[in-house]
Design a protein around this ligand. Sequence first.
Ligand SMILES: Cc1cc2nc3c(=O)[nH]c(=O)nc-3n(C[C@H](O)[C@H](O)[C@H](O)COP(=O)(O)OP(=O)(O)OC[C@H]3O[C@@H](n4cnc5c(N)ncnc54)[C@H](O)[C@@H]3O)c2cc1C
Length: 440
Amino acid sequence: MALGSRSVGAVQSSAPALTILAQNRADLPAVEGLRAVVVGGGWGGLTIAKYLKIHSPEMDVVLVERRSIFMSCPISNLWLADLVDYSFLTHSFLDAARNNNYTFFNATVLDVDRDKRRVHTEKGYIDYDYLVLSPGIDYDYGAIGVHDPAEQIALMSHFPAAFKPGSEHITLKRKVENFTGGLFLLTVPSGNYRCLPAPYERACMIASVLKRKKIKGKVILLDHNHDIKIKGEGFHAAFEELYKDYIEYYPSITIVGVDVENKTVIDEFDDYRFDDAAIYPRIRGSKLIETLGLVNDTSPQKEARINQYRNNLIDDERVYVIGDSRSTGYSKSGSTAQAEARYVARVIAARIKGEEIEWQSPYTSCYSMVGAEPMEAIYFGSEYLPPQADITAMSMERTISSWTDTGAAFAWRDRNMLRSAEMGEEMIGWAITHYKEMFE
Ligand SMILES: Cc1cc2nc3c(=O)[nH]c(=O)nc-3n(C[C@H](O)[C@H](O)[C@H](O)COP(=O)(O)OP(=O)(O)OC[C@H]3O[C@@H](n4cnc5c(N)ncnc54)[C@H](O)[C@@H]3O)c2cc1C
């Protein structure tokens, strides 16, 4: 059929496909009352879909997600070292929706018409009363000097970052399985990147495979930061005590280019040759946020312009952004996204009744596996100070710090940098509890 002459049901039309799509309602049951649409079935989206139904049971909830299978980024580093199976990471969106009384709609969101309160997908439009966007991240390859789209695609396909769920992780797993020796290069980007401890955890897990298989090779970790950004004490101890012959850590490396063909990372002063790699560039808020015109102009990572206390768009109390696309500066973690989702579900439920609730900090509960045989982990738990808190006036009973260049201040509540098998077990328990929260 020629482009421009498409069939919609029985009707022939010569209008462009997008125009036709914009007129078609998605095949979903009609609703009489309120409807919330949640975009993105990751850690934030799955959690808020559940809690919207718990706090506002009368409201219809539709979760729109473009993938058909859920794959977890948290715990994926353990899978690289064969500490868990792939099936531990994968879950069904259908189970999540059925068990929590909402609808899973497997489609990609293309546009949002905020005047009509309408979400457009390739399978038609859905009208909403409340919209929650949790579309995650995209990569900013330009920030490491790779600007040409052809070069970006070459880099992404040969040495994927594996910081978005799915094929990138499967490629990385194959690389680790097939690695026979030499230098395996990992990078830690600048900014408030997704999961601050994950690159260091990944270095430990890949090094554990080299150690177990007695492979003559090393993990080379090039870090943009001047030192390990989080849980430094615990990671440095693991590097030194468990992987002295297997990990080389280089701080303060600003990558300015990557030569994919010659397997070389270029920084301001040196070239780093490698045999295999997973190159993690700077991240940014999902491109969907930019496409919808919702970027906060002051956000270096193109995150959404939201009310820092309530997560709604500055000029729209019907639209909320949560998870790693937010501009609040919290750590970009699944645990934070879940805690925030629980809170924002309560904000929306209260607003439906014309009420406001008190601001509540998300709590981030964060384990990292550092040892493989036996499995040993370290822990860091933190909460945040109110967005405009005067840090100088705060009690220093808790250590107060702030994420480099995000401005979000946090206070750690609990931490344990002494790796132990007990915490290794707790980490697996953490994952089971969090998966249950989303899928059961
Ligand atoms: C290796 C690794 C290890 C990690 N370890 C931990 C850990 O131990 N603990 C922890 O708390 N966190 C960890 N994280 C971080 C955690 O995975 C993220 O912070 C979390 O997934 C963020 O949730 P989110 O909802 O913002 O985004 P995501 O979980 O990425 O979900 C976004 C979803 O939106 C969908 N989407 C995007 N655009 C569209 C569209 N237009 N239409 C439809 N759907 C769309 C995507 O397909 C995706 O499913 C780790 C991450 C990595 C990569």
